[in-house]
Design a protein around this ligand. Sequence first.
Ligand SMILES: Nc1nc2c(c(=O)[nH]1)N[C@H]1C(S)=C(S)[C@@H](COP(=O)(O)OP(=O)(O)OC[C@H]3O[C@@H](n4cnc5c(=O)[nH]c(N)nc54)[C@H](O)[C@@H]3O)O[C@H]1N2
Ligand SMILES: Nc1nc2c(c(=O)[nH]1)N[C@H]1C(S)=C(S)[C@@H](COP(=O)(O)OP(=O)(O)OC[C@H]3O[C@@H](n4cnc5c(=O)[nH]c(N)nc54)[C@H](O)[C@@H]3O)O[C@H]1N2
Ligand SMILES: [Mo]
Length: 700
Amino acid sequence: MHSNSIPLPAATPSARAPQPASLQVRGACPHDCPDTCSLLTTVENGVAIRVQGNPDHPQTGGVLCNKVSRYTERTYHAERLLSPLRRAGPKGSGRFEPVSWDTALGEIAERLKAIAARNPEAIVPYSYCGTMGQVQGEAMAGRFFNRLGASLLDRTICAAAGAEGLTQTLGGKVGMRVEFFADSKLIIIWGSNSIGSNLHFWRYAQVAKRNGARLVCIDPRKSETAEKCHEHIALLPGTDAALALALMHELITHDWLDHDYIARHTLGWPALRERALQWSPERAGGVCGVPAEQIRTLARDYGQCFVDRQPAAIRLNYGMQRVRGGGNATRAVACLPALIGAWRHRAGGLLMSSSSLFPLDRAALQRPDLLAGRTPRTVNMSTIGDDLLRPGSPAFGPKIEALIVYNSNPLAVAPESARVAQGLARDDLFTVVLEQFQTDTADQADFILPATTQLEHWDLHTTYGHTDVLLNRPAIAPLGESRPNTQVFRELAARMGFAEPCFRDDDETLCRAAFGDRVDFQTLLDQGFATLPLPEAPFADGGFPTPSGKCEFFSERLAAQGLDGLPDHLPNHEAAGSSADFPLAMISPPARNFMNSTYVNVKTLRAMEGEPVLEMHPHDAAARGIASGAVVRVFNARGDYRVKAEVSLRARPGVVNGLGIWWRKLGLDGTNVNQLTSQRLTDLGRGPVFYDCLVQVQAA
Ligand SMILES: Nc1nc2c(c(=O)[nH]1)N[C@H]1C(S)=C(S)[C@@H](COP(=O)(O)OP(=O)(O)OC[C@H]3O[C@@H](n4cnc5c(=O)[nH]c(N)nc54)[C@H](O)[C@@H]3O)O[C@H]1N2
Ligand SMILES: Nc1nc2c(c(=O)[nH]1)N[C@H]1C(S)=C(S)[C@@H](COP(=O)(O)OP(=O)(O)OC[C@H]3O[C@@H](n4cnc5c(=O)[nH]c(N)nc54)[C@H](O)[C@@H]3O)O[C@H]1N2
Ligand SMILES: [Mo]
């Protein structure tokens, strides 16, 4: 099992132990993707020449996506930031001068000390998943901000509504093991473009398809995935709960129900039954904008799996939760497997996220004890635009005076960018950005600090799409003067006078602290990954991690907060057809060759995407006199941006698809799709509503 054929480098190249001329180093893909691949980097004379998928890691299977197979192009990109930069012109002018690390860190520490002396909560960290690594993520950074007493950040921008919905229903981010989708007989891919964003799951789905499984995709867009499934249900954005309730309606009226499973392992069935019976396929079809017959067919397929004792599996993903009712929609879908007892099979049930399965010791990494009894205010990263512009008040707390950005590009990815841009342009805001590249956000900084890439630092990875832990070893020395995030926060801590020994932990120590003795670190060192020992069918006999131990159709916890205890359909804040001025619903799912806003500056990948595009159905285009390839203006009350129209059946009537997430400065007129999205929030989890957005389109 442990291969010894691959020489492993020491933590840092040392002069006394010369490196072999050519070696392969085991690492982990850092990206915010469910697949978290095991990487093999070939290094020759200290230079990484190739990054490949590790063939010994079953979840990776030696296969990488198009993006990460170009990781060396990104690492050695001519525009990598290689030294600290200090602003040398007006804010946002993009003019910077190189300074030494000593100068940069010294001046940053002085500024933070002065603000903290008044109120440390005026300092706000802003980070997300530029790297998913636990160490370069929140380990040393968390310690630093906790010790400082800075504002806490609610990291809601991706998955908060779905996570809360799943937790209320199943008890946590838990579900089927991804490899068993290969044995399923019916796979419903719900709110996900697997080929683009979850390629290694798609490999399992292909095995199932070859063995006769039926594949159904539920997505407003005819995505690369939707066109390869047997059936595509192109519902209107934000109507998934209505569809799920109508499926329940059909399961009930045909008695395709596992009464034994429902009686023993669920809570609130009579109430859910009553609610679902209000949702005939005709009613739901009207709301979803799809034929009732299509809903009946899907219910029959799902019910037939119960009748035939065959496994039915749902790959639920985040596409459906970026709307007002996203939490409720997730809850409604998460009820379905229990109704037909799909959890009895290892190849049945549902998978959204596997994160809660990892016994990670977050407290050991981030040290919340350093808060020492303080409870700083929490800032929601999804409303950073408005929050940067808010004056201090008793309700909000102090005005934000400093923003420390790492692992994120908020000016490109946060909703309602005009507000974010206005906030970052404040002359009295002190902004520090730790980055590999000069992103839109970095352009607004007072200091830019050059960060290492995954090939240059240690890290430890859990995943949200499978159940292995991965270790990332550095393959090459840091380029230029770039430094790992951990080192920056360690050195800032020293300059702030934080004397606690935990600020001297090195990165390998932090990697070991993540799991303590719950995962064998030697296995990680030897083979790069370790599989969690988990049951094959986790809820075959109930045992959900909810307060009741059951699948909670009805949530007492939500009812206690004055919310609906049952899942329901909540119309979008901006529901399709509700505005004469803005008659089109816009969604903005990722472009396949980008990773959020990462890789937009990698030439070969940008060439594949061409320009920012807006997919439009031929009817909607014709009604506006728009031809494919024309530049169009997309707008609403929040702003406008220009893109190239692509008249295409990928778009359904009434819905346009603005593929994301371009760097603003590489788009057509210095904006991107988030110029149009709103800062309103989801029903559960305080998440953003990127796909709940009405617009109008005009020939430019
Ligand atoms: N290539 C690539 N891969 C990625 C990313 C990337 O940017 N590029 N991003 C990564 C990140 S951060 C994440 S969170 C994951 C996300 O991965 P997933 O959660 O699997 O989501 P996506 O693949 O982004 O696909 C979302 C799909 O939902 C559809 N959708 C939009 N609105 C609705 C709706 O109301 N209902 C339903 N049923 N579907 C809807 C969109 O058209 C889109 O096809 O992917 C990760 N992987
Ligand atoms: N309209 C619209 N907006 C969206 C979405 C959408 O579907 N539509 N998707 C949303 C989702 S799901 C998400 S998760 C967010 C993603 O938002 P972000 O997490 O901000 O993701 P990225 O845009 O990839 O930016 C990550 C940045 O981190 C940097 N980085 C990578 N590794 C390191 C490191 O080790 N150190 C440092 N200091 N920096 C590093 C990269 O260079 C990159 O610029 O965007 C959201 N925004
Ligand atoms: Mo995400």
